[in-house]
Write a protein that binds this ligand. Structure first.
Ligand code: CO
Length: 287
């Protein structure tokens, strides 16, 4: 069984989005820093209210999915369809923008820590114009596997296999067949995760450093950087000396051309022009 190696490191860069929310972007800094089907990864994490209070006021999306995972804090989500929901610590919102959504995400706290991730997952051409939809996951909807030598794994999407026991997350049935794990390991702790050999995969440590790869070929991944993995049937990750917390993503590549203009991700420039026109005329959300 081939074990994946650490192939490329994308350090995150400080940036801001929405109405000035400070965050760190790794995937998606530029068009060549994607990992099909994953388009973008933002980590937001701050104890300073001025870094997040302005939130993410109304903005559109078309052509892909946004996945918001809250580690700490409380945001309220609302959209043009009248859907609204609370994003609380430990919860996940898996939103399919499809043919169009206009939404906002606004902090529901004036102090304290706000921390989490937003991931963008592409949709294949055949699904880019489907109706928008949501899966709102509360913390109790997400299974947690305790590891015998300490540490735990939250299974948001896909499956985690340990000691021949398989735990499935609540997100399933997507064409990109994503795996999304949130892993906490003590110093030297490790996981070994089987994965289809041709799927794209990466890990991102938000606390501590990681040792990635088979025991005789490990490479170090620093904190707050996306580590893109080679192909292979197994992902092996160990925590460094301080222990680590990281997310692990894997998914089936789509293999189609990508044309992105801000919050619209389509296959051709014509489709992007159409998205901009549809947003301007209101057709993006008139369905
Ligand atoms: Co958005």
């Amino acid at each position: 069984m081939t074990t994946r190696t650490l192939e490329q490191i994308i350090p995150s860069q400080a940036t801001s989005d929405g109405a000035g929310v400070k965050l760190r972007r790794s995937l998606g800094q530029s068009p060549d820093l994607r990992h099909d089907p994953f388009l973008l990864l933002d980590e937001f994490g701050t104890d300073k209210p001025e870094d997040y209070l302005a939130g993410f006021p109304e903005h559109p999306h078309r052509g892909f999915e946004t996945v918001t995972y809250m580690l700490d804090g409380h945001m309220r989500h609302g959209d043009h369809l009248g859907h609204s929901g609370d994003l609380k610590a430990g919860g996940v919102q898996w939103m399919t923008a499809g043919r169009g959504i206009v939404h906002s995400e606004m902090p529901q706290q004036a102090e304290g820590r706000m921390r989490g991730f937003q991931l963008w997952v592409n949709l294949p051409a055949a699904e880019k114009m489907k109706a928008a939809g949501y899966r709102d996951l509360q913390p109790e909807d997400i299974p947690v596997v305790s590891l015998p030598r300490g540490g735990k794994v939250k299974v948001i999407a896909g499956r985690f296999t340990h000691a021949e026991q398989e735990t499935a997350g609540p997100i399933r049935g997507l064409t990109t067949d994503p795996t999304y794990l949130d892993v906490e390991l003590p110093a030297g702790g490790q996981i070994s995760q089987p994965v289809p050999a041709d799927y794209s995969a990466f890990v991102y440590a938000y606390e501590g450093t990681l040792e990635v790869g088979a025991e005789n070929a490990r490479k170090t991944l620093p904190a707050q950087a996306a580590g893109l993995l080679s192909s292979g049937e197994r992902i092996e990750v160990a925590a460094g000396r301080e222990g680590a917390r990281f997310i692990l993503l894997a998914g089936r590549p789509i293999g189609e051309p990508i044309v992105q203009y801000g919050p619209f991700v389509m296959n051709t420039p014509e489709e992007i022009n159409q998205a901009v026109r549809d947003f301007q005329t209101g057709a993006l959300t008139a369905y």
